[in-house]
Design a protein around this ligand. Structure first.
Ligand code: ATP
Length: 243
């Protein structure tokens, strides 16, 4: 990995929910252009780490740097214009708004004018043709896979420098999961920098450049995704049924 300043640097991060310590000193880096994945089982702290990075949960200790700037205490709503957008676990699209309006809401902070935003909506429709067909449909009436596509497209509408994808495969049928990972691959080819949290470890390791294994609030393994995919410990714990 080149020794340039990472886009995202997380150092010794700790986060508590009351008496529960969900993150116990987590450090990671993401460089521009990389796809990095965090794999781990239920309750390992994956979503918590994503929320800490996007500013949805306050941290107790440690530091988050983005573009070389300390953003540890920056409020979440300011991190979006700063370049961090999240497609949250469970999609959380605006159910009673149309697909088109959901996309516009993803661009709420942009000041580059309606023509640029309309052009980006078109670009999302090119990446996600199913959304074009359903542009006037209420988001809440769409299938889980379509809502997942919308959640990703909405995040991209903010023109992020870093896209956080929290369990995009959650609750989706195998064929749809394949489609979602094909989209992640497509975004990677377009140069989008992605931090991907997944329980579908095999697919996540197949698309990622690097990976971290999170267990009960700390990383137990990290390295090139291809190496972790071959690692016996990873295979035994995370790839058994999927390999
Ligand atoms: P999953 O894949 O099941 O979503 P995860 O790896 O994303 O798991 P987190 O949701 O980050 O795990 O949860 C990490 C730990 O923090 C768990 O022990 C969980 O019970 C706890 N936790 C998460 N959110 C809260 C909350 N709002 N209040 C209290 N405890 C929480």
């Amino acid at each position: 990995m080149p020794e340039q300043t990472p886009l995202l640097r997380v150092e010794a991060l700790e986060l508590h929910y009351g008496a529960v310590q969900a993150l116990k000193g987590v450090s990671l880096q993401v460089h521009a252009g990389e796809v990095v994945t965090i794999i781990g089982g239920n309750g390992a702290g994956k979503s918590t780490l994503m929320k800490a990075i996007s500013g949805l949960e306050p941290t107790a200790a440690g530091r988050i740097e983005f573009l070389g700037q300390d953003i540890t205490r920056m409020p979440g709503h300011l991190r979006v214009p700063f370049g961090i957008a999240q497609s949250p676990e469970g999609r959380q699209v605006f159910a009673d708004q149309s697909v088109h309006d959901n996309l516009l809401l993803g661009a709420y902070h942009r000041k580059d004018g309606s023509a640029a935003i309309a052009a980006d909506v078109e670009q999302q429709f090119n990446t996600f043709p199913r959304l074009r067909e359903r542009r006037a449909q209420m988001a809440g009436t769409m299938s889980g896979g379509e809502q997942q596509m919308l959640a990703i497209a909405r995040a991209l509408m903010s023109r992020p420098k870093l896209l956080l994808l929290d369990e995009p495969s959650l609750g989706l049928a195998p064929l749809i999961v394949k489609e979602i990972f094909a989209i992640v691959r497509q975004l990677k080819a377009q140069g989008v920098t992605i931090l991907l949290v997944e329980q579908m470890a095999n697919q996540a390791l197949a698309v990622a450049d690097r990976a971290y294994v999170l267990e009960t609030g700390h990383f137990t393994l990290q390295g090139a995704a291809a190496d972790l995919r071959r690692d016996p410990k990873v295979r035994a714990a995370y790839l058994g049924a999927q390999a």
